[in-house]
Design a protein around this ligand. Structure first.
Ligand code: BGC
Length: 741
C-alpha cells in the first residue's frame, strides 16, 4: 500500500510538472542573452550612450521657450547612433499630456525605425516628486523628509512619486541621493537625508521600496557613488579626501542599504576622492561596488563627466583615453550628454582592441536587464490609466502631512507658540512670500528659482497665514531681500502696531554649483532685519526656510520662537501656518547638527577628543532635536539580556507617554555607545528610531532590536568587526548597559 501511494504521488507530480504547466516565461536574463546575441557592436555601444533631450530638440531649452522635439535629430540619435537612453534637462516642466507626446515620439522612433526595437530608457531627476511635470505632488526635499523621521510617510511619498513619473511616461528616476550630509556648506546637502548613516539608510531604503515595489515599474538610481557629499572646502564638485575607514564607516553604508533594497542603477560621483576622479576609479566602481557590495545593476556616469577626465581633471591625456578609462573602470552608460563622441570613440576603441568585447557585453547586458525588468519591451509608452493617479487629493493630503511633520520647532520661550488666531501679525522677511524658497532646486526648473512658473494656487507662508487669520490681522512688509536691505525701516515701524512679528528668513532656491557659498552665516541684511525687529520689544517668531543650516547665533537669544523648515515642499506654506496657529503639532527633528559658529562644525556622533582639554561640543541645536506643543516622557527602559555573544540580538523596550495636554507625535530615538574600542568610538550613534502618535495621557511601549551589525565598526585593518566589551543603550534620559563576550 505504501509503495502504491508513493508511485501515485510520483506520477501526479510528474503530470503536474510536465503536462499541466504552461510554458515558462523566460527570465529577463534569458531574454537579455538572446537579444545580445543578435546585436551588432554599433547597437551595443549605442545602448551605452545617453544624450540629453536638448540634443534632440529644436532649441537648447530655457524657461520661456516652448519645447519642440526635432524629429531629424531624434532619428539621428535613435536610429543612426542607436542610443539606449535619453535624460531630461529641458529646463522647464511639461504637462502630463505633453510628456506623453514626447515619450511616444521617442519610443516610436525606437520601435518603428530600428531593427531590434529596443525601447529607450528615459531618465529624470524626480528628486522630491515628479519635479518636471506640471501640477505634480512636490514633497519636502530629502533633508525635510529625513526631518520627519517617518519611514511610512517616505514610503508613501516614494509610491506617489513613482505613480506620477510613470503617469508622465517616465520609468527611471535619478533619485535617491545617498550621499551622507556631513558637510553643511555643500549646496546639495538638502538632497541628502542628513548627517547620520542609520537615518539615511532607513529613509533611503523606504523611499526605494515605495518607488519600486508599489507596482509602477520605476527604477531608482542611487547617487553619487561615492564621496561626492564631502568636498573639503564645501564647494560643489571639489576634491574630497576620504580615508578607507571613513569611506566604509560613513559613505558606503547608505549605498549598501540602497543596493540591498533593490536599486538597479547607480550614478557616479562627479568629483574626485584622494586625487582619483571617481569616473576613472576601477577600485571603487568594480572592486568595491561589484565585488564587495554585490551591486548587479548598471552604472551611469554623471553629466559630461567622462569627457571631464580629459578636459577638467586631466587624468586622461585625450578624449579617447577618458572613454577607455571610464568604461574599463566600470561605467556602463555615459551621460555624454550633447553629442555622440562617446559612441564614436568607444566603437573605435573596441575595434582597435583597446576595450574588450566582454566588457561591452557585460555593460549592455546590465542595461538591457533593467529595460526588461521595467517591462519596457512589453509597453514603453505612458499608461493612460495612470493619469488618474496623478496629483490626487489623497496625494496632496499625504504631502501636507509630510510638510507638517518636516518642520522643526527648536525654540519656544514661554510657549509663545501656538499663536491664537486673533493676534495682529507683521509678516516680513525675504522668504515670506515665495514658493521657491519652500521647494528649492529641482522644482519645475533645475535651479528651482523661477517663481513665476510655480503653481499660483499654492500658498506661500504669507498667503497661508492670511488664510488662517484673515487679511485684517496681517500686515506684510518685505523688510529685506536675501542679501540687500529693501525697507527694514518700514518693517520696524510696522512692528509697533502689531502683537507679534513673523520673520521669515533663509535661502533662495539653488542647486549644485550655483549654490556655493563662502560663509555659512546667514546674510548680514537678514540678521540686521532680525536684530532691528528684536529691538522693538515685540515678540519675534523666526521661520528659517533653507536647504542647509545657515548660522543665526546672533539672533537666537533675542527671538521668542524659532522654526526650521528644511525645504518643506509645495505644502510648506500651509504647514508653517498650521504649526504657528496650532492646527498641527510640530514633530520634526533635526537630521543634522545645527552649527552655532562657522568654524565649529560638529556632528552629534563626535569623537571623545572633540570634547576634551577645554574644547566642547557646542552646536546651536543637536541632531535629533525638536520640540512639540506637548511633552513626552520615557520610562521603563528594559533590555532582555545584559550579556551577549557577538551574534546575538538584544530586545529593547521602553514606554513613552504623552505627559502634556495635546495630541502629538514623538520620535523615540535609541542610541548606542561602545565604551572602549581599538579605534576611537563616537560618543553615541543612532541605531533605532520609531515615530509614535500619542493622545494626552496615552502610553505606548516601543520595541527595538539591537542587531550584531549595530555593534560593528571598521577596525584598524579597515575591516568591519565587532569587539567584545561594554556598551550603553540610551533612550531619552534613560540608560542600560550590556556587554559582549
Ligand atoms: C547632477 C546629477 C543629475 C544629473 C542629471 C548632474 O549635474 O549631478 O545629480 O542626476 O545632472 O540631471
Amino acid at each position: 500500500m505504501k509503495k502504491f501511494l508513493t508511485i501515485s504521488i510520483t506520477l501526479m507530480v510528474c503530470i503536474f510538472s510536465i503536462g499541466w504547466n504552461t510554458p515558462k516565461e523566460k527570465t529577463s536574463e534569458q531574454k537579455v542573452k538572446e537579444l545580445l546575441s543578435k546585436m551588432t557592436l554599433e547597437e551595443k555601444v549605442g545602448q551605452m550612450t545617453q544624450v540629453t533631450i536638448q540634443a534632440i530638440s529644436k532649441t537648447q531649452g530655457t524657461t520661456n521657450q516652448n519645447h519642440q522635439l526635432d524629429l531629424t535629430k531624434l532619428e539621428e540619435a535613435v536610429v543612426k547612433y542607436k542610443v539606449g537612453s535619453v535624460l531630461n534637462v529641458w529646463d522647464v516642466a511639461h504637462s502630463v499630456e505633453y510628456w506623453n507626446e514626447v515619450i511616444s515620439k521617442i519610443q516610436d522612433a525606437a520601435l518603428n525605425k530600428t531593427k531590434l526595437k529596443i525601447p529607450v530608457l528615459y531618465g529624470i531627476d524626480a528628486i522630491h516628486g515628479a519635479t518636471y511635470t506640471k501640477g505634480s505632488t512636490l514633497f519636502p526635499q530629502s533633508i525635510g523628509m529625513a526631518a520627519t523621521f517617518n519611514t511610512d510617510l517616505i514610503k508613501k511619498a516614494g509610491e506617489i512619486t513613482a505613480a506620477e513619473i510613470k503617469a508622465s511616461g517616465i520609468s527611471w528616476n535619478f533619485n535617491p541621493v545617498m550621499d551622507i550630509g556631513r558637510q553643511p556648506l555643500w549646496p546639495r546637502l538638502w538632497e541628502t537625508f542628513g548627517e547620520d548613516v542609520y537615518l539615511a539608510q532607513q529613509m533611503g531604503k523606504n523611499l526605494i521600496i515605495g518607488q519600486q515595489q508599489s507596482g509602477y515599474k520605476v527604477a531608482v538610481c542611487l547617487k553619487h557613488f561615492a564621496g561626492y557629499g564631502l568636498p573639503m572646502n564645501g564647494k560643489d564638485r571639489t576634491p574630497a579626501w576620504i580615508s578607507e575607514r571613513m569611506m566604509k564607516e560613513y559613505v558606503l553604508p547608505p549605498f549598501q542599504a540602497g543596493i540591498d533594497a533593490g536599486a538597479p542603477t547607480i550614478m557616479v560621483n562627479s568629483g574626485e576622492v584622494d586625487g582619483i576622479p571617481s569616473h576613472s576609479d576601477y577600485h571603487l566602481l568594480t572592486e568595491i561596488l561589484r565585488n564587495e557590495m554585490k551591486f548587479k545593476g548598471f552604472v551611469v556616469s554623471d553629466w559630461e563627466d567622462i569627457k571631464r577626465l580629459y578636459t577638467r581633471d586631466k587624468v586622461a591625456d585625450s578624449p579617447e583615453e577618458a572613454v577607455r578609462m571610464a568604461v574599463m573602470a566600470g561605467v556602463d552608460m555615459s551621460m555624454v550628454p550633447y553629442d555622440f563622441t562617446f559612441y564614436d570613440i568607444l566603437l573605435k576603441l573596441v575595434k582597435d582592441g583597446k576595450v574588450p568585447m566582454k566588457r561591452i557585453d557585460e555593460a549592455v547586458s546590465r542595461i538591457l536587464k533593467v529595460k526588461f525588468d521595467l517591462g519596457l519591451f512589453d509597453n514603453p509608452y505612458q499608461e493612460a490609466a495612470l493619469r488618474n493617479k496623478f496629483a490626487t487629493e489623497e496625494s496632496k493630503n499625504i504631502n501636507q502631512q509630510a510638510a507638517n511633520e518636516s518642520i522643526i520647532l527648536v525654540k519656544n520661550d514661554n510657549n509663545i507658540l501656538p499663536l491664537s488666531k486673533d493676534k495682529k501679525i507683521l509678516v516680513t522677511g525675504p522668504t515670506a512670500n515665495m514658493l521657491s524658497v519652500l521647494n528649492g532646486g529641482w522644482t519645475i526648473t533645475w535651479q528651482g528659482n523661477e517663481e513665476t512658473l510655480y503653481p499660483q494656487e499654492k500658498n506661500t507662508v504669507l498667503e497661508a497665514v492670511i488664510e488662517k487669520v484673515g487679511k485684517d490681522n496681517v500686515k506684510y512688509v518685505e523688510g529685506t531681500g536675501f542679501d540687500k536691505d529693501i525697507n527694514t525701516v518700514d518693517a520696524v515701524n510696522s512692528a509697533k502696531d502689531v502683537d507679534v512679528v513673523l520673520l521669515c528668513l533663509g535661502e533662495k532656491a539653488y542647486c549644485e554649483t550655483p549654490g556655493n557659498i563662502n560663509d555659512l552665516t546667514l546674510d548680514e541684511a537678514q540678521l540686521n532685519l532680525a536684530s532691528e525687529l528684536i529691538k522693538t520689544g515685540k515678540p519675534v517668531i523666526v521661520l528659517m526656510l533653507e536647504g542647509r543650516p545657515r548660522i543665526i547665533r546672533k539672533i537666537v537669544d533675542g527671538s521668542n520662537a524659532i522654526l526650521v523648515g528644511l525645504l518643506p515642499g509645495m505644502e510648506g506654506g500651509n504647514a508653517a501656518a498650521n504649526i504657528l496657529f496650532g492646527d498641527a503639532n510640530p514633530s520634526g527633528k533635526l537630521p543634522i547638527t545645527y552649527p552655532k559658529y562657522p568654524n565649529a562644525i560638529y556632528h552629534y556622533d563626535y569623537k571623545p577628543l572633540e570634547n576634551f582639554d577645554g574644547m566642547s561640543y557646542d552646536p546651536q541645536w543637536g541632531f535629533g532635536y525638536g520640540l512639540s506643543y506637548t511633552t513626552f516622557s520615557v520610562s521603563d527602559l528594559k533590555i532582555d539580556k545584559d550579556k551577549i555573544n557577538k551574534t546575538d540580538n538584544i530586545k529593547v523596550t521602553v514606554n513613552v507617554k504623552n505627559a502634556g495636554e495635546k495630541a502629538g507625535k514623538e520620535v523615540v530615538q535609541l542610541y548606542l555607545t561602545d565604551l572602549y574600542g581599538s579605534v576611537s568610538r563616537p560618543v553615541k550613534q543612532l541605531k533605532g528610531f520609531k515615530k509614535v502618535a500619542l493622545n494626552p495621557g496615552e502610553v505606548k511601549t516601543v520595541e527595538f532590536t539591537i542587531e550584531p551589525e549595530h555593534l560593528s565598526f571598521i577596525g584598524r585593518d579597515n575591516k568591519r568587526i565587532i569587539e567584545a566589551g561594554d556598551f550603553k543603550v540610551t533612550v531619552g534620559n534613560l540608560e542600560k548597559s550590556f556587554s559582549v563576550k
